[in-house]
Design a protein around this ligand. Structure first.
Ligand code: TRP
Length: 353
């Protein structure tokens, strides 16, 4: 594995470790609207990368179904939500390909072939899957597709010929498994068939949920990009600060204080944030004033995003047409990779041309 750290995820930042020739792919499971954690951790990076990279964003509905087959209707609904969030933050479908995983059946065939290159023991060792299994309370009742989703993700990455995958550190095991499959196939075929990829790790710290726990859709503790002004205000007011900071004059803790985590991520005046942190530590700065500042910052950040989202949301047919176009373009690439992989498995020229 050769994963490397990169520059800050700023829209106008340079991306060291992202040479122009890289093919970039990332994906999102459509399990709900995207939130501020996605924005700070990865959407800004993608908006920056699209200027000088070939980039695909994959809406991974098949991956979402691996633990949500009973919520298939919701997954379908959230495909549009995720696409709207992409467009709202400035993903330009003229330069970034937005593709729907289930619209590329070649990915499923690649997955079936790759499954022959992976052992069950290896799947059970994947640390990210292990964590998710614990979170979801799976035991022997784990859906087989869920245990195997890293293989489907390897199909996504190699299928789009991606060399660079901008992800959070939780996804590094997926990159490792992908490269193991790439090497295993090269070994079997006695020649390179697919290119290896590397992670472009975000160095923005993971944004906590408003309660200080990990942000998650089921806990409802994240702030969606599509949140209304009232929802933003209510979420900010509910933020976990420092339970020991009772009177304004009390010294307060900045570490673990959710309001400061968000101010550090989103306040354009970081000098002022540092001064506020010093004052908070000293004592003399109340949570109410602090939350008011964050509320104003987030209202300003999200208002234009919400407005753009509303414009696109007026014409869902047009958004679906955009996804259809991206999926069609993506299919051609994945089909060419599948032809190479079928050849490596000696599956060409039997009954198919
Ligand atoms: N596993 C990723 C997540 O849960 C989503 C994903 C699917 C993905 N396919 C991908 C990410 C390909 C990067 C590349 O967020």
């Amino acid at each position: 594995l050769s994963s490397n750290a990169n520059e800050p995820g700023e829209a106008d930042g340079d991306h060291v470790g992202a040479p122009r020739g890289d093919v970039v792919l990332t994906g999102d499971r459509p399990t709900g609207p995207l939130h501020l954690g996605h924005y700070a951790g990865s959407l800004l990076t993608r908006v920056a990368l699209q200027r000088d990279h070939q980039q695909t964003l994959l809406i991974a509905d098949l991956q979402a179904l691996t633990d949500s087959a009973g919520r298939a209707r919701d997954v379908r609904q959230h495909v549009l939500d995720v696409a709207l969030d992409y467009l709202a933050v400035g993903i330009d479908p003229e330069v970034t390909t937005i593709a729907l995983q289930s619209g590329v059946p070649e990915l499923a065939e690649l997955t079936v072939l790759y499954l022959n290159l992976v052992t069950v023991a290896r799947l059970e060792r994947n640390p990210t899957v292990r964590n998710e299994v614990v979170l979801r309370g799976f035991a022997r009742d784990i859906p087989a597709g869920f245990l195997a989703y890293p293989v489907s993700q390897a199909a996504d990455i190699t299928g789009f010929r991606a060399t660079l995958v901008p992800v959070g550190d939780d996804q590094v095991p997926m990159i490792e498994q992908t490269n193991e499959i790439v090497r295993r196939l090269a070994h079997l075929a006695s020649r390179p068939v697919l290119a290896e990829c590397r992670a472009l790790l975000s160095n923005t710290p993971r944004l906590p949920g408003v309660d200080g726990r990990k942000a998650s859709k089921s806990l409802g503790n994240a702030i969606p990009l599509s949140a209304s002004p009232d929802e933003i205000r209510a979420k900010v007011n509910a933020m976990f600060t420092d339970p020991g900071h009772i009177r304004v004059s009390d010294p307060g803790r900045v570490e673990g204080n959710v309001v400061f985590a968000y101010l550090e991520a989103f306040d354009p005046d970081q000098g002022a944030v540092a001064a506020l942190e010093a004052q908070y530590r000293e004592g003399g700065l109340g949570d109410v004033a602090l939350k008011r500042r964050l509320d104003e910052t987030l209202q300003e950040l999200l208002a234009p995003i919400r407005a753009r989202r509303a414009v696109f949301a007026r014409d869902p047919g047009e958004v679906l047409a955009t996804i259809r176009g991206g999926t069609h373009r993506g299919r051609a690439v994945v089909a060419s990779v599948l032809a190479d992989v079928r050849r490596a498995f000696h599956l060409h020229d039997l009954v198919t041309p």
